[in-house]
Ligand binder design. Structure first.
Ligand code: PMP
Length: 397
């Protein structure tokens, strides 16, 4: 029966991590991952999360099923975080939020939902985008196209190209936008540029689908949600937001995310929510309890929320410090052309390193990066920074 099934090539980034684990060289560094590591090179267990987890363990509550769209306390807290506690959209009941299996689950449920509503729409992704975006939207049955985004010359945004490509999309096309900390490039639009994007999306009648996987990783919880807030204020009737807590709560394996659909009014939001629920029901029936309870426990306690924000701020500052340190040390090593790394945001940087340079880093220096030149700045620390800088400088000469 399965004789005709062909072998599908493995995920290149996961393959890289396997090669890294198998590498016996001391001092090896893995910059290929999409995970935040602390100064000791560990995945942090955040202080506020640990508190909630210990309390949950003491209570040892029974594990019934959650509602199809998840925990109400989680969904309400998510709405406030994503749209802002004072959001008029929330007050008007225009947002329907569902707890999902990670940000990936939110993307897929959102994609399946939109396929019902806009069956013939194309989905436009930034060039480049997170690898999985294409797979998720094409698996949901959409034709996927690209809009210009990254400019390899300037290591920044090709804003004119982006506007030109978005301007050519047919009304009703779905545009996937990264709210902040663009994966894989680290390049985000400025506030002024976002305003122009929102105006264009509105004028063209496009359907915005915002993916926010790194809220709090660049400037702060509120500022990083700027794109969502601008769409909310724009008067655009409907849009979709997928958010992930994998990074901001350091809860990767707990699969915590949410899908929020904005509708014209309360009644429309309820109708859409019924379709979201059916979509979830036919996929995995209901989300998981543990991760959701951790996030809801933190966000719904003023005290723990403050502790969480403090630690998230420390993580963000650590990343900024690593960016600055890398740029400064590379300049001191005679390679001043990497200044742009400090301008980029979030965990990733498109370093501008070529495939050949990335290969040399791995083969000669045991430093692992993605073939596109993407490096995870959040995997740098004071102990490995010099090793990485010296190797990057060597392959840059
Ligand atoms: N969107 C983007 C842009 C991401 O980088 C990621 C995670 N790497 C996700 C969505 C998915 O998040 P999760 O791990 O919560 O499924």
């Amino acid at each position: 029966l399965f004789a005709s099934v062909e072998m599908i090539p493995g995920d290149p980034i996961l393959g890289l991590s396997e090669a890294y684990v198998a590498d016996a060289r001391p001092g090896k560094v893995n910059l290929g991952v999409g995970i935040y590591y602390d100064e000791q090179g560990r995945i942090p267990v955040m202080r506020a999360v640990r508190d909630v987890e210990q309390a949950l363990a003491r209570e040892a509550k029974p594990r019934g099923y959650l509602p199809i769209d998840g925990m109400p306390a989680y969904n309400q807290a998510t709405q406030k975080l994503v749209f802002g506690a004072e959001s008029p959209l929330l007050a008007a009941g225009r947002v329907a939020t569902s707890q999902t299996i990670g940000g990936s689950g939110a993307l897929r449920i959102g994609a399946d939902l939109l396929k019902h509503v806009l069956p013939n729409a194309k989905v436009a992704l930034s060039n480049p985008s997170w690898e999985n975006h294409r797979l998720v939207f094409s698996s949901a049955g959409f034709e996927v196209v690209n809009y210009a985004y990254y400019d390899a010359e300037t290591h920044g945004l090709d804003f004119a190209g982006m506007l030109a490509d978005l301007g050519k999309l047919e009304p009703g096309s779905i545009v996937l936008l990264h709210a902040c900390c663009h994966n894989p490039t680290g390049v985000d639009p400025t506030l002024e540029q976002w305003k122009q994007v929102v105006a264009l999306v509105k004028e063209r009648g496009l359907m915005p689908f915002i993916d926010m996987a790194y809220q709090g990783f660049d400037k702060g919880i509120e500022t990083d949600a700027m794109a969502v807030r601008l769409f909310a204020e724009s008067g655009i009737e409907s849009f979709v937001v997928a958010n992930s807590y994998s990074k901001s709560f350091s809860l990767y394996g707990e699969r915590v995310g949410a899908l929020s659909i904005v509708g014209k009014g309360r009644e429309e939001a309820l109708r859409v929510q019924s379709l979201v629920k059916r979509t979830i029901r036919s996929n995995y029936s209901s989300p998981a309890t543990h991760g959701g309870a951790l996030v809801a426990g933190v966000l719904n306690s003023a005290e723990l929320r403050a502790v969480w924000e403090q630690e998230l701020g420390e993580m963000r500052e650590r990343i900024h410090g690593m960016r600055a340190g890398m740029v400064e040390k590379l300049a001191a090593a005679g390679e001043p052309q990497y200044g742009f790394i400090q301008q980029q945001a979030g965990m990733f940087s498109y370093s501008g390193l070529s495939k050949a340079q990335v290969d040399r880093l791995r083969e000669e220096y045991a430093i692992y990066a993605v073939g596109t030149g993407r490096i995870c700045v959040a995997a740098l620390n004071r102990a490995n920074l010099d090793t990485v800088v010296n190797a990057v400088a060597a392959v840059s000469r």
